[in-house]
Design a protein around this ligand. Structure first.
Ligand code: F0G
Length: 473
């Protein structure tokens, strides 16, 4: 007998109280924060869906590992346990610990790229793109067309467009492309998975052109679970074996262990290329630390070694993906337009479709964030024209993004089904009042990365919603 209720496959040993506030208090707090949830104190948030990065709960085993952590400067046991876990799961015998993912990216791109180079990916995450551009190279996104359409359904919407990759290599020549990357799952594209068939096809193109393939492995376990569930031939495979196969097609990976490493801080850069690893280790020493601890304490390495194995447990992954899907299904039933199908770590609401009366230059995503907080103390993040747009300094005109999304990211092992049910109820209430949500204008901003600090005020207008629509203001 199997039961349909998905329970959290853990019980709670330590609790962290969360604080209820009144709508009046939240109104004042949001006004004080310039309507930017990044500027709220975490204590004033009830359910924090800002990110799934570094916000997960560690297990009793990981906390035990923290005590066992070996803090020797060189050759610590904790490093060897970490390196053994990386070799066993990912198959790379050089594992350079870094304080988080972007440090691994910086070392990788400073070692492999030069000005004028081009680095393709299914979709670069913003730190990946920024680190590539920082060394003078260009970051190019090559998602399949379905990956760009929020409502299009496809089991592996994170796939790379392999023909576009072939054309890119033909256009620039292999000498200009020092590596190809694949992000699993594709965070910027809605947390969508990449199929094993696509990884193999990308590998084949890279192999012909003699270009190394790197995986951005942040959410590798969630991607492996989708392969297990959706790709023919993998239903009976162990998740760890799917991971081993996936990484067998790659020459290396970058990892933010703050996601599928189930730790609050940590990451690594891995490869099997001895000469490259030597160069990378030299840079690691310069800015992160000695190669057997990188930017971390021994206890962090210990927790990471344990987390990388725990994240592959089928009970955990079944619950993780089922609870994200449950959230997505209920929001869809209410009427929310979301990126379909739900990805692994987050639900992405299409704020442009939800709030058609708010033009992109009045930031529908940011407006929705404010309403979620005011109604239920929920914090989420805008991925739209606040994050990717720009204000022209002379004309004051806004350049807008291609999509106006709000990401509700789900921390790992932190919230229970009743927390998710609460969010659904709050969002049902917001949905009913959606046509009364007002757009915003920026009062102050500090580019680049203005979304972290910008302050907003409601767009003032007099007249009816129809005239607002017509005037486009
Ligand atoms: N790659 C991907 C796909 C990511 O999602 C992130 C971080 C990174 C690299 C960088 O890792 O933060 O450890 O330096 N994503 C977080 C998020 C910040 O909220 O999605 P990091």
């Amino acid at each position: 007998m199997t039961f349909k209720t998905i329970i959290e496959p853990f019980r709670i040993k330590a609790v962290e109280p969360i604080r209820m506030t009144t709508r009046e208090q939240r109104q004042r707090l949001l006004d004080d924060a310039g309507r930017n949830p990044f500027l709220l104190r975490a204590d004033d948030v009830l359910i924090d869906l800002l990110t799934d990065s570094g916000t997960g709960a560690m297990s009793a085993e990981q906390w035990a590992g923290i005590m066992r952590g070996d803090e020797s400067y060189a050759g610590a046991n904790s490093y060897y346990r970490f390196a053994a876990a990386v070799e066993d799961i990912f198959g790379f015998h050089h594992a350079l610990p870094t304080h988080q993912g972007r440090a691994a990216e910086r070392i990788l791109f400073s070692t492999m790229c030069k000005p004028g180079d081009v680095v393709p990916n299914n979709t670069h995450f913003d730190t990946t793109r920024a680190n590539i551009e920082y060394v003078g190279a260009a970051a190019v996104d090559l998602p399949i067309p379905e990956g760009l359409s929020p409502s299009a359904s496809h089991p592996f919407k994170g796939n790379m467009d392999v023909d576009a990759l072939r054309r890119l290599i033909a256009r620039h020549g292999r000498e200009k492309i020092p590596l190809v990357m694949l992000t699993v799952t594709n965070n910027s594209g809605g947390g969508q998975p990449v199929s094993m068939a696509n990884i193999k096809a990308v590998r084949a193109v890279c192999g012909e052109a003699h270009i190394p393939l790197y995986i951005d492995a942040c959410r590798f376990a969630e991607n492996c679970w989708f392969i297990h569930e959706r790709e023919p031939g993998y239903a009976d495979a162990a998740i760890i074996d799917i991971a081993r196969e996936l990484f067998s097609y790659a020459d290396g990976c970058t990892m933010s262990a703050k996601k599928d490493g189930l730790v609050n801080i940590g990451g690594f850069l891995a490869t099997n290329d001895d000469a490259l690893a030597k160069q990378e280790a030299a840079l690691l020493i310069l800015t992160e630390g000695f190669p057997t601890y990188g930017g971390l304490a021994g206890r962090d390495l210990e927790a990471m070694a344990i987390g990388l194995r725990e994240v592959l447990e089928p009970d955990y992954l079944r619950y993780r993906i089922a609870s994200t899907a449950y959230f997505g299904r209920h929001l869809t039933d209410i009427g929310y337009p979301i990126v379909q199908p739900p990805g692994g770590h987050a639900i992405y609401v299409d704020a442009a479709a939800l709030l058609p009366h708010i033009p992109a230059r009045s930031f529908p995503g940011q407006a929705l964030l404010g309403e979620l907080y005011l109604t239920g103390g929920i914090r989420a993040v805008e991925i739209g024209s606040v994050m990717f747009g720009k204000t022209d300094e002379t004309s004051g005109e806004e350049t807008t993004a291609s999509m106006e999304l709000v990401r509700l990211a789900i921390p790992r092992r932190v919230y229970t089904q009743s927390h998710v049910d609460y969010c659904i109820e709050v969002m049902a209430d917001v949905y009913k009042r959606r046509s009364s949500i007002a757009g915003l204008r920026i009062v102050s901003q500090a580019p680049p990365l203005r979304h972290f600090t910008a302050r907003f005020a409601p767009v003032e207008y007099t007249g009816s919603l129809t005239s607002l629509r017509e005037s486009g203001s």
